[in-house]
Design a binder for this molecule. Structure first.
Ligand code: C2E
Ligand code: MG
Ligand code: MG
Ligand code: MG
Length: 275
């Protein structure tokens, strides 16, 4: 009456190195297939004007709902997508989907899309942005592209030309994670940015750590002096929000106001908030 089952069958182990190479291959295949099937989601984290805490837009944050591993965050698959070059296709999908989602939002709200350094080196990016706007009907002024400093690291005349062309379309440009990378202030002078996003790490430390607070204040002043919007990211407490408001930071984003939300949950929030 004992049932025959697969339990206890011995599987010979392949060598460790083979395993690792196979793992990587399997992950790459899986990622490629998920991109082909468009099995990704975008979550949107609202961004607020500091004064009055009105929602002024939201940042598109990529998620991969994985059958075995649950909802995967970007840190667990973006590096592989970058190494393999798959980020070009995936990034273009994010761009198109984010524009399609954002047309349903109340007028004037801006959607921010993160660009990988690799996307900036592809000449078709300009055409992809134009196509995403045209097919969705989203006005260019409601799209913001977020770029990290590392993307600007390779001095490249092409990058300046590309960013200027994007700017000429009417899209907004944000410098993401400002202060964490190879911060060169001249980047702010050279490239036509509209927004500086202060990195989560400084905002997280500003309550306990006087140095972090000084850096945040300096970045806010810098933004004001250069006529740029300043968004503080990673606002987790009421006290951080209060300090940022007092220091004159114009925009805030963080778990204290809202976590990233699925597209329909954001719509519900917007419907509740907007008269
Ligand atoms: P990021 O662009 O700097 O995005 C902000 C990150 O901070 C997000 O993490 C967000 O969930 C998190 N965050 C927001 N508020 C808080 C807070 O109050 N506390 C803390 N501790 N964290 C907060 P997420 O979604 O895991 O994304 C991580 C990074 O992955 C992003 O950093 C961005 O660089 C990258 N990424 C996300 N989506 C895309 C995409 O579509 N394309 C590319 N190329 N990169 C993406
Ligand atoms: Mg970002
Ligand atoms: Mg950031
Ligand atoms: Mg970041």
């Amino acid at each position: 009456q004992a049932k025959a089952n697969g339990r206890g069958i011995w599987h010979p182990y392949t060598r460790e190195l083979d395993n690792r190479a196979n793992d990587r291959h399997r992950q790459e295949d899986e990622l490629r297939q998920a991109i082909a099937d468009e099995r990704f989601e975008i979550h949107y984290q609202p961004r607020y004007r500091s004064a009055g805490l009105h929602i002024i837009g939201a940042e598109a944050l990529l998620r991969w709902p994985h059958a075995e591993r649950g909802l995967l965050l970007p840190e667990s698959f973006i590096p592989l997508a970058e190494e393999t070059g798959l980020i070009a296709t995936l990034g273009n999908w994010v761009l198109r989907q984010a524009c399609r989602d954002a047309v349903a939002w109340p007028d004037g709200l801006v959607v921010s899309v993160n660009l990988s350094p690799l996307q900036l080196r592809h000449e078709q990016l300009l055409d992809e942005v134009k196509a995403a706007l045209a097919e969705s009907g989203l006005p260019a002024s409601r799209l913001e592209l977020e770029i990290t400093e590392s993307a600007l690291l390779q001095e490249n005349a092409g990058t300046l030309a590309l960013l200027s062309s994007l700017k000429a379309l009417g899209v907004r440009l944000a410098m993401d994670d400002f202060g964490t990378g190879y911060s060169s202030l001249s980047n702010l002078r050279t490239y036509p940015f509209d927004v500086i996003k202060i990195d989560t790490s400084f905002v997280g430390g500003m309550q306990q750590n006087a140095e972090d607070h000084s850096i945040v204040r300096a970045l806010i002043d810098l933004g004001r002096g250069l006529n740029l919007q300043v968004t503080a990211e990673g606002v987790e407490t009421a006290e951080q929000l209060r300090l940022l408001q007092a220091d004159g930071c114009t925009e805030v984003q963080g778990f204290h106001m809202s976590r990233p939300l699925a597209a329909d949950a954001l719509l519900t929030l917007l419907a509740r908030r907007t008269p």
